[in-house]
Design a protein around this ligand. Structure first.
Ligand code: A3P
Length: 326
């Protein structure tokens, strides 16, 4: 049901591309999207074997599960903190004394980060109710039960140029990337970076954004009007309406400054326990929309804009239809 092929990439560890052919060979019929799935290959570390894909395929979900699905560096941790608090009756005591990454497990992390134990088993054993599970997998590689059982999915997207810059700093800090930012852009637009194709990842969820079990939101919307996103998400999750005071407190808790300064809101310390990373590594880096503007070269911007234009024209969309002006 899953087919992989090796690819050349400049990343420090080998990459493969994985496709889901589905039981009839015509793709994952459980995803509510009709398209030619033979075009959908996802680039992953080679630890993500076909057997690993089958383990994810067989993952048992629970009625109350909520999934946070994103492309890497789209603001996942920010959303995990928000969704976890809403789902756990604003339990700030626990939120301020434990990492979001521990309260909300990353389903396929053991295929991405050799330093962590079997993350699929960790999710199976998670006691929290509801479980908030994170994944960077595209629609076709997520466990079919999400679709068959209509599990709630929060999909968070972020514009590709800021993703590239954020990912470059993150992977460089971890020693997973040794080249320049321009070289990273080349790998990104050639779908050689983990979880690419970026646009296939985003557009499939964008097109499913009206499904009852999908909450589609962008980092840009969160940055522009966090209060509005909180209200809409709270409704989607079936949580009680927040009072004005509760809302102010939550917005303050989720601010970049507050999360960066808080021991558990900022996972930099936790990440330094995974492997030896430089003292200047900062997970909470800039936290803005448009950091690409003073970091990407004009060639880099052009290459990503070209990728965007080519991919989106097939759908009659532009980047600003999804993210607004960035
Ligand atoms: P930058 O590198 O652009 O600063 P993820 O959690 O998916 O890995 O995403 C990390 C990105 O989200 C980083 O982007 C990080 O700074 C940003 N981020 C995390 N918490 C945030 C917050 N409270 N407000 C704004 N951005 C936040």
């Amino acid at each position: 049901m899953y087919t992989s092929r090796p690819i050349d990439s400049s990343a420090s560890s080998p990459r493969i591309q994985l496709q889901c052919k589905g039981p009839n060979g015509s793709g994952p019929e459980w995803v509510p999207l009709k398209q030619d799935w033979s075009e959908r290959w996802c680039t992953l570390p080679d630890r993500f074997t076909e057997d690993y894909a089958i383990r994810i395929h067989d993952f048992e979900t629970r009625d109350s599960d909520v999934f946070v699905v994103t492309f890497m560096k789209a603001g996942t941790t920010w959303m995990q903190e928000l969704a976890w608090l809403l789902l756990n009756k604003m339990d700030y005591e626990t939120a301020k004394s434990s990492y979001a990454m521990h309260r909300s497990v990353f389903l396929e992390e053991s295929a991405v980060n050799p330093a962590v134990p079997d993350s699929i088993s960790l999710c199976n054993k998670m006691k929290g109710n509801p479980r908030l599970i994170k994944s960077h997998l595209p629609a076709q590689l997520l466990p079919p039960q999400l679709w068959k059982q209509g599990r709630k999915i929060i999909y968070m997207a972020r514009n590709p140029k800021d993703i590239v810059v954020s990912q470059y700093h993150f992977l460089t800090g971890f020693g997973f990337w040794q080249g320049s930012l321009d070289e990273f852009v080349d790998d990104f637009v050639a779908d050689k970076v983990s979880f690419t194709s970026y646009w296939a990842h985003v557009i499939d969820f964008y097109r499913m954004r009206d499904e009852e079990n999908i909450f589609f939101v962008t980092y840009e919307e969160m940055s522009r009007n966090l209060g509005d996103v909180i209200k809409r998400l709270s409704l989607f999750l079936g949580c009680k309406e927040l009072s004005e005071n509760e809302m102010d407190k939550l917005i303050n808790h989720l601010s970049f400054k507050n999360m960066k300064e808080s021991k558990f809101g900022n996972p930099t310390g936790l990440m330094k326990t995974y492997r030896k990373i430089g003292d200047d590594f900062q997970f909470m880096r800039r936290g803005i929309v448009g950091s690409f503007k003073d970091e990407l070269s004009s060639e880099g911007k052009e290459k990503i804009d070209q990728l965007t234009y080519t991919f989106l024209k097939e759908y009659g969309l532009t980047e600003s239809d999804i993210f607004g002006e960035v």
